[in-house]
Write a protein that binds this ligand. Structure first.
Ligand code: SAM
Ligand code: SF4
Ligand code: SF4
Length: 392
């Protein structure tokens, strides 16, 4: 078991920024909690003594852009929309701070639209917790560079999928490439001026059919701008009314967006249609992470975007009660030893992780007809988000 735990941990931390976060931010108590969670995960427990150590707290679920495969961008987000209030964030932070190693301050919107975003980041930093944030950076904000650097943000992902306006705006609809570049340069200049190593800046380039020919140009441009890394990532598709056979509209979307290079087919819906899952392992979100939306709603994970599927509310309820409530227990049981003996949750209709006893998506839906319609409210837009929990 000890070996398995250490292999699970090293898998999780094979991405240096998570390891750095653990080393920098987790004292003995937090590290002991990480080890406990990992051992309970490997044993397939439904009731956990360990607490989540990675959090997604969404500062805002509205956006200035209209990315076609994002539920916020295409109008499919089905939850109350708005900003996370700073007072609510303080309540949430008080509850999670004893366990949190790292917090992602983004989920279903543009975090920089929240007027308190820098206060949210610096307050988190002051509690000794690592922060990361993904932004489209296509936004006008005074002194953006200095404000970001001074907030203490550790890791910034910049969503920029192209090197010319005409290509970039095909996915980042309403985005302005010049503005993104201006902001990026401003942040890098502020880092230099303030002699700050943070934030580490990742240029994230989602590889689609319409932009894959610009990957080489991005590789050339990245060092000129001075970003710390350029990462090409596979695009995800909304699962929507996913069925085992693609509908014409789904096929059309895949033909439109999926790159020709199979290296970026990590989230290919065809894989889900073939096997009924993407990844051959139990879901780790249900053990390691908690996703909190503006207003406090706790979702099973960062890809669930309907508030009627929420598992609780972290502004209102306490962490331990939510973490082992019926929905969490039932969802974890899906990956445990006796998945048949359980009631359904949103996780029954999820096609991302393999269920150990081979329960297929079709069986899962049949077992939980009442949530079958809800289950389609999952969007696998992002292996990237998944990776943020598990492996990045
Ligand atoms: C929903 S966005 C919210 C943060 C911010 N608005 C942004 O776009 O960076 C969270 C992450 O999902 C990524 N994303 C958007 N559409 C995606 C897609 N179709 N496949 C994979 N990741 C996607 C974004 O680039 C971003 O890193
Ligand atoms: S992916 Fe980000 S930038 Fe695009 S619509 Fe969604 S929240 Fe906005
Ligand atoms: S919806 Fe899927 S990925 Fe999300 S917590 Fe449930 S099983 Fe895991």
């Amino acid at each position: 078991m000890r070996q398995k735990v250490s292999s699970a941990i090293s898998k999780y931390f094979r991405y240096p920024r998570h390891l750095a976060a653990l080393i920098r931010h987790a004292g003995l108590k937090k590290t002991a909690n990480v080890l406990l969670v990992e051992s309970e995960r490997l044993r397939g427990r439904s009731v956990l003594r360990g607490k989540p150590y990675y959090y997604f707290v969404d500062p805002c679920n509205v956006c200035n852009l209209r990315c076609p495969l994002c539920p916020t961008g295409n109008g499919e987000l089905d939850r109350a929309k708005g900003m996370l209030k700073f007072a609510d964030y303080q309540i949430i932070l008080d509850k999670i701070a004893p366990y949190a190693v790292e917090i992602s301050l983004h989920n279903w919107g543009e975090p920089l639209l929240n007027k308190d975003i820098f206060k949210i980041i610096s307050t988190t930093r002051a509690r000794g917790i690592a922060t990361n944030m993904s932004s489209n950076l296509s936004i006008e904000k005074e002194n953006i560079g200095e404000q970001i650097v001074k907030s203490g943000l550790e890791y910034l992902i910049v969503s920029l999928d192209g090197t010319t306006q005409d290509v970039y705006e095909q996915y980042r609809v309403r985005g302005e490439l010049d503005l993104v570049m201006h902001n990026l340069r401003d942040i890098i200049a502020a880092k230099k001026r303030l002699r700050s190593k943070t934030p580490t800046i990742e240029w994230q380039f989602l590889v689609f059919k319409h932009n894959e020919h610009q990957m080489a140009a991005a590789e050339e441009l990245a060092p000129q701008i001075g970003v710390d890394k350029l990462r090409f990532r596979s695009p995800g598709f909304p699962l929507g009314d996913y069925k085992l056979k693609a509908k014409a509209s789904q096929q059309e979307a895949e033909d439109r967006w999926m790159p020709t290079d199979p290296a970026y087919w990590e989230l290919h819906p065809g894989q889900m249609r073939k096997d009924g899952y993407l990844w051959d392992e139990p879901c780790y979100y249900l053990y390691r992470s908690m996703t909190v939306n503006p207003g406090g709603g706790v979702a099973a994970c960062c890809i669930v975007y309907k508030d009627r599927q929420d598992f609780g509310n972290l502004v209102r309820d306490d962490l331990a009660t939510i973490w082992n409530n019926q929905q969490y227990q039932r969802s974890r049981a899906l990956f445990g030893k006796n998945p048949a003996d359980r009631a359904g949750t949103v996780c029954d209709g999820c096609f991302l992780f393999k269920r150990p006893l081979g329960v297929s998506v079709a069986q899962g839906l049949a077992q939980a007809p009442l949530i079958a319609e809800d289950a389609i409210g999952i969007s696998a837009t992002s292996r990237q988000r998944t990776r943020q929990v598990e492996k990045e």
